[in-house]
Design a protein around this ligand. Structure first.
Ligand code: KIV
Length: 271
């Protein structure tokens, strides 16, 4: 049994301890109260209120449209459910890139209005000043490098990032910058496993991977993808633990049939 299982509250300090002791960190996304309650009671270490809510909750085709107010709504619903996990909230596109003061104001709104424990933002050296400013207010920051979905129109594609040497070197330098300025953790998305392993061993802070192989300090997936609620998104790195789309659809079809055939409600289901 893991010695961290009985930890009452996961903090950034606990995550550091987990890295030191070689205990892998589990992280999943959640955007609402009911699901967050299930994840927390299952013992997840970190819940990410990701801007992937823009895709899976709101139906947009990218993470760009979601607003700060919408993220605050999702995050406060999650926080109300959580007793143990560390809750990290994505700073949405357009709320931190302008300047570091804007980044700080957005982060303060998230912390004050949701009760979450940390924020996450995408980018390396270009967000250094913003990270420093957010940290100066005592707000923990998680970085995010590799495939950064808020820059999808710049990349133009969702292919694996940092395959070539110059992009890989830039990623390693950015990872060190984020650690030096004080990020407590880093997400690496869709990069070669060997590169993720190198960054993980060079950094002291915990590195969480998504499509970054098995040598990172932990793993994160989008819940709707790993449960098979989303169907169309099927990258190689995704392991599906359920086919909830079909299971929910099947249940709804049975309900419709029961209503139409007067099978539901029966005598025991009425007053
Ligand atoms: O928004 C999100 O869900 C994320 C994960 C993919 C890491 O940033």
């Amino acid at each position: 049994m893991s010695i961290f299982q009985n930890v009452k509250r996961i903090t950034t300090h606990v995550l550091n301890e987990m890295k030191l002791r070689g205990e892998k960190i589990s992280m999943l996304t959640a955007y609402d109260y009911s699901i967050a309650r299930i994840l927390d009671s299952a013992g997840i270490d970190v819940i990410l209120v990701g801007d992937s809510a823009s895709n899976v909750m709101a139906g947009y085709d990218s993470t760009l449209p979601i607003t700060l107010n919408e993220m605050i709504y999702h995050a406060s619903s999650v926080v109300r459910a959580v007793k143990r996990a560390l809750v990290v909230v994505d700073l949405p596109f357009g709320t931190y890139q302008g300047n570091s003061k804007e980044a700080l104001n957005s982060s303060i709104r998230i912390m004050k209005e949701t009760g979450a424990h940390a924020v996450k933002l995408e980018g390396g050296r270009e967000v250094k000043e913003s990270v420093e400013r957010i940290l100066s207010a005592g707000i923990p920051v998680m970085g995010h490098l590799g495939l950064t979905p808020q820059s999808i129109h710049k990349f133009g594609t969702f292919v694996v990032r940092a395959r070539d040497e110059s992009e890989a070197n830039k990623l390693v330098e950015d990872a060190h910058i984020l650690e030096e300025v004080g990020c407590f953790s880093l997400v690496l998305e869709k990069i070669p496993a060997t590169l993720a392993a190198r960054v993980t061993s060079e950094l002291k802070i915990p590195v969480i991977g998504i499509g970054a192989g098995r040598f990172t300090d932990g793993q994160v997936l989008v819940l709707h993808d790993m449960l098979g609620i989303t169907q169309e998104f099927s990258p190689r790195f995704l392991r599906r633990y359920h086919n909830l789309f079909e299971e929910i659809k099947g249940a709804v079809e049975t309900y419709i049939r029961d209503v139409k055939t007067l099978d539901f409600p029966n005598e025991k289901e009425q007053y």
